[in-house]
Design a protein. Structure first.
Length: 290
């Protein structure tokens, strides 16, 4: 009975806990595979940059229409995609590397977004935009998050083979006339969309955590791309569930609790995972002697 009260009862009694858990499930299904592909493509920090890039668009939407779900989401998506396109353009027409151009644009975007929210809202509004409130997710926000997760899975099913080919052998994809540029742009759009979904639940500073930490942890438990995606989604969901319970019972902020749980899973994975962890490197298995 005590186990039921600790692990299940909060979600049975309170609607806001159920909505938060469903939001975590949807975010896990969308962000898990996207995060894995970011890791495989060595674009982990690009996810962080784009999470900040959505801020000025969301801030402008807030300035125009207040806490309007549609306007802030559209503004965030446009701003994030614009930063992705501009960073790629600068990297292709100048000697600057793409990671440096992403860093430059995301710093500008972050500063611009914070300035807009600070000058046209209150400190409470700024904290809401930066850190989110997953326990305050309403039905409209939940529908948006679920819709984005569904769209992500459908698009990945269509372009997944091209994305994987570009991860491991982009030269081959170009040699056979594959749509490398179109696939890359579609993937960046998916990254921005999922960050916009996470933004409404966890804020701009936390959204990327649920995308990247489970994906990084999955690397120490699985090897195949499909298995990595499933493992990443499972870790993200477990972190969401555990973080919500931790925030409920210990009266902690829900978003940081979820990300810290995901960070704890990553630390355990680095230390003791079955694939390439510190344990397998420094404590190898003893071979059986004949």
């Amino acid at each position: 009975m005590a186990v039921y009260a600790a692990l299940v009862q909060p979600f049975v009694e309170f609607g806001f806990m159920r909505r938060a858990l469903v939001a975590c499930l949807a975010l896990s299904l969308g962000c898990g595979p996207v995060g894995v592909l970011l890791v495989l493509r060595r674009m982990s920090l690009v996810g962080d940059a784009l999470s900040h890039a959505v801020l000025p668009g969301a801030a402008i939407g807030f300035m125009v229409a207040g806490l309007s779900l549609v306007v802030m989401s559209l503004g965030g998506f446009i701003a994030g995609l614009a930063v992705a396109v501009l960073s790629g353009f600068v990297a292709r027409v100048t000697p600057q590397r793409e990671d440096a151009s992403f860093a430059a644009f995301y710093l500008i975007s972050l500063a611009l977004g914070v300035m807009i929210v600070s000058t046209h809202g209150s400190n409470v509004d700024l904290m809401h935009v930066l850190f989110g409130t997953i326990l305050a997710v309403d039905d409209a926000s939940l529908l948006l998050v679920v819709s984005i997760a569904t769209l992500t899975l459908v698009v990945l099913a269509v372009i997944g083979r091209g994305l994987v080919a570009e991860c491991f052998d982009p030269a081959f994809l170009r040699s056979v006339g594959g749509p490398g540029a179109a696939v890359h742009l579609a993937f960046l759009a998916l990254v921005v969309l999922n960050l916009v979904a996470g933004f409404h639940a966890l804020g701009t500073l936390m959204a990327v955590g649920l995308m990247m930490l489970p994906a990084a942890a999955a690397r120490f438990w699985a090897g195949e791309v499909a298995t990595l995606a499933v493992t990443s989604s499972a870790i993200a969901l477990a972190a969401g569930y555990t973080g919500l319970l931790l925030s409920y019972h210990a009266d902690l902020p829900s978003g940081p609790a979820i990300i810290l749980v995901a960070g704890g899973v990553y630390a355990v994975s680095v230390a003791a995972g079955p694939r390439g962890s510190l344990r397998t490197r420094f404590l190898p298995r003893r071979h059986l002697e004949a």
